[in-house]
Every structure is written in structure tokens, then in C-alpha cells.
Design a protein around this ligand. Sequence first.
Ligand SMILES: Cc1cc2nc3c(=O)[nH]c(=O)nc-3n(C[C@H](O)[C@H](O)[C@H](O)COP(=O)(O)OP(=O)(O)OC[C@H]3O[C@@H](n4cnc5c(N)ncnc54)[C@H](O)[C@@H]3O)c2cc1C
Length: 498
Amino acid sequence: MTTLKMPKVDNNTLKDKNKIVKDLGEFTDKKNILFEIEELKPYETDGLTAYKQTPLVVVLPENKKEVSQILSYCNKNNLKIVPRGAGTGLSGGSLPLADCVLLSLGKFNKILEVDYKNRCVVAQPCVTNLSITEAVQENNFYYAPDPSSQLACSIGGNVAENSGGVHSLKYGATTNNLLGIEVVLMDGTIVKFGGKTFDSEGYDFLGLMTGSEGLLGVITEVTVKILKSPENVKAALVGFPTIEDAGNCVSQIIADGIIPAGMEIMDKALTKATNDFSKAGYPVDAEAMMIVELDGTELEVNELIKKVELIAKKNNCSSIKISKTKEERLKFWAGRKAAFPACGVLAPDYMCMDGSIPRSKLAEVLKEITKLSKKYNLPVANAFHAGDGNLHPLIMFDANDEESLRKTEEFGAEILKYCVKVGGALTGEHGVGIEKRELMCEAFNNNDIQQQLNIKIALDPSSLLNPGKVYPILRKCAEEGRVHVHGGKTKFPDIPRF
Ligand SMILES: Cc1cc2nc3c(=O)[nH]c(=O)nc-3n(C[C@H](O)[C@H](O)[C@H](O)COP(=O)(O)OP(=O)(O)OC[C@H]3O[C@@H](n4cnc5c(N)ncnc54)[C@H](O)[C@@H]3O)c2cc1C
């Protein structure tokens, strides 16, 4: 992970820039093609800001026919293409390549249909996650997966990353709330998977495309489920003297058969930073803080809150505050949702890791992270989607210091390896992108990876769609008909940082 290798830059493509710009003008209005350096700059990174690369050209198609023509053109002319939604991804999935056409879905920003009878919304991919809830909330409906970035991130990006949020514990991640998609494949073919029904015949291509990180196709339309808003919602803010107590409390709540709408833990460092930032009224002296949200009928919620209080007390909690009003509950969450930006006061930069672990391993993994923090001499703050076992250690560093970035990457890699070691996974929701690409071999053996790559080859034989992401691929598969897992022998130029 320390030296990031990317697919070899094709110098002929760089030389052909003017021709490519002219050719793209055949498929979409010229105003939708950006090629001057100052126009390209805003697209050179995503939420993983440690890496930057200016693309060759950016194209913003206006409809699926244009997307299809552009992909077909790139396919015929051996041009790499990187799809991009809102660019909030934290694993570098939409990081451009120097010789790529960056395909921004920015103009696909309309809600196409609100269908209450079938309880779904049909939207273009660059509609923001929050806009879907906003479109239906006056009728007491909402879209359940709620990433903290929901104000900005796109629903197409959510599908590509299988994004989750604090409410995924009870209502599932994107994959559990997705009914259908329209996708343009690399050769320009437009296909639909799923629709408005809960299941469809044939292979589960909808499942395959969800979380495919822009490697298998470009999503041009999304149909998602909407849910009726619960009658009653309450949240509890609970402080604990140790992380172990908080972890045990989470496990006990689940073991007792309670599935809260959300259940989050933050460690002391992050609780303090977020409280200073958002004045959420958090117990700043506690070693760990938990927010638990219960929803349902009034009777049900009151009953569940009592049970949670009892379990928290049995696990030595030092404080409990129950929300009395909707405003108070939203204030509890506002702090958690602003946890990442709040880290801005702790260090010039932070890198947000995203591992998944069995809930019972929380205390063990956090102890290991503290040990590693000392080893690398880099502070860390931890947020945890505790119910789902999804851990977000935020490593504080200085991106202007090359050595600090190198140490951060090594530290992050060690955390993720440890997550795999205790039976977890490299990612809970942020995807693999470039960030965890070289770690895929920790989680999968060569056969596993090869089988996954065979699917990629079937849909994109020349590996032109978002190459260099997710899999440690280092050469075009078309040349040999197979994709080879990186053996460390082939050298490609490093992608420039900053
Ligand atoms: C402050 C902050 C908080 C966050 N909190 C959460 C959180 O709580 N939960 C969570 O899951 N994530 C979170 N994220 C990560 C990020 O917001 C999600 O991964 C989100 O789904 C990315 O959407 P995007 O539109 O920004 O996609 P981008 O960053 O533009 O792209 C992400 C990936 O999807 C691909 N892609 C995008 N659009 C398409 C498309 N239409 N067709 C095919 N491929 C496409 C890209 O090629 C890339 O590989 C957070 C990020 C930030 C900055």
C-alpha cells in the first residue's frame, strides 16, 4: 500500500488528446466536454484526498444514449474510462488516470418517478441520497440507508459502493433497499436488472452490480424502496467507563433479540472532538459513548428503551440520557454524522479506515489499534457502527509530509489485516478502490480473485472500465485473455501525490 502502482499510462492516448476531445463532441454537446487544465482540476481526487491525478478529459453526458455512445467509442479505441458520481468516495474509486476519460454522471440529477403504490422511487444516478428522502418525507416515507455523506453522495455512487449508514443495522445497506438498475456496459449495451418487484428470474445481476465500484458498468438509473416513517423514535446516549463495557453492552442488546434502528460507538478522543465541533451534549469524560436508536410504535419503543437502559446498567454504564424530543434525538445524531469533519481540529488531515469485524472482537481490535497508534506515533480516533461490526478508525496525519502519509498507510494496512485475522473483512461500506487493493490477497486466495476477475473479463475484456481499482491487476487482460494477480514484478509509474 505504500507505493501506489497504477496501470501504465499510454503515451499515444496523451498525444491524441485533441482528437479524443473532438471525437467526444460527436456524441454530446461540446459544453459537456472539459479539457483545459483548470476545468479538470476539480476532478483530480475524491474523498481519499491523499491521491490526486488530473484526467485527460472529463465528459458530462446528458442521457443514456450519450453514455452508451461514449463507452462504445472508448471500447473501440482502447481508451480507459473512470465513472464518477459526487466524488465523496473514501477509497479512491473515482480517482482518475492520466490517460482516462473521466465520465461524470453530474447531469443525471433528476428524480424520475415517485411511486407510492409500489413504494419505490426511480432516480437518475447523481441524485443525492438525501434528496430521495426529501422527495417523499411530506407523505411520511423515507429512504433508509443514510451514509453520513448523504447530503452530497449520489445514489449511483451508493449502489457502486453498496453504501450503508447508521440505520443499516435494522434496514440493511443499499443492496437490501435496491429494486432495479439500468446499466450501460463497456461495449455500449444498455441493460436493465430488476425493476419494481422484489425478485426477478435469472442470475442476480442486480446483486453483482451492487458494490462493483464502477468496474462492471455505468449505472444510469436506480429504483429504490421507500419505507413508511416509524410512528415513534427515541435515542439513548450512553457513556461507559471502558470500551469493553460498551462492546459487551452492544453484544448483549443484540443477543437479547433487540434490533435497534441504529447503534453507534465512539471512543473518548472522537467523542470530545465531535462534542466540541457540534455541541451535541455528549458525555466527554466517558471512555466510550454509545448512541442507540429504537423505532416502532410508542408502546414498543418505550418498552425497548427500558430494556436497553437495564442492559446498559448491567454493563456498568456511567451515564444515560434519553431523547425527549425529535430535536434532541437529531442533535445526538448530528454530532455522530459530523464526526469525520470534526477530526479537522485534531490534525491537518485524517485517513478514515473502514474494516468490518465480528461484534465480539471490538475490545480486542481497539486494543490492537491503540498499540499500533503508539508504534507509528500517529493519533487515532474511532467510530464504530457497533451493531454491524463496522469499524472506522480515523488516523490523524499530515498529508504534506510524505513520511507521515507513508506511515499512515502502513498503519491503516495493519489495522485492516488485523480485522481479517479476527474473522472480519477489509471493508464494511467504503469499498476497496485503490486504498485496499493490495490487501485483497489478505482476504482472498489467487483462485478466489481469479474467479472474480473472470466476471470482469466477461463484461469488459480489455479492462478499460475503472482499471487499477479493487483488484491488484497490473496489465491489460485482453493481451493474454486472462487477468494476472500482481506478483510484484511488473513496474508501473507511481501515481503522483499532490
Ligand atoms: C464525510 C464522509 C462521510 C461518509 N460517510 C459514509 C457512510 O456513513 N457510509 C458509507 O457507506 N459511505 C460513507 N462515505 C463514503 C461515500 O460517501 C460513499 O462511498 C458514497 O456512496 C460515494 O458516492 P459518490 O456519489 O460520491 O461516488 P464517487 O466517489 O463519485 O464514486 C465512488 C465509486 O463508485 C463508482 N461510481 C459512481 N457513480 C457510478 C455510476 N453511476 N455507475 C457506475 N459506477 C459509479 C466510481 O467509479 C467509484 O468507484 C462518506 C464519505 C465522506 C466524505
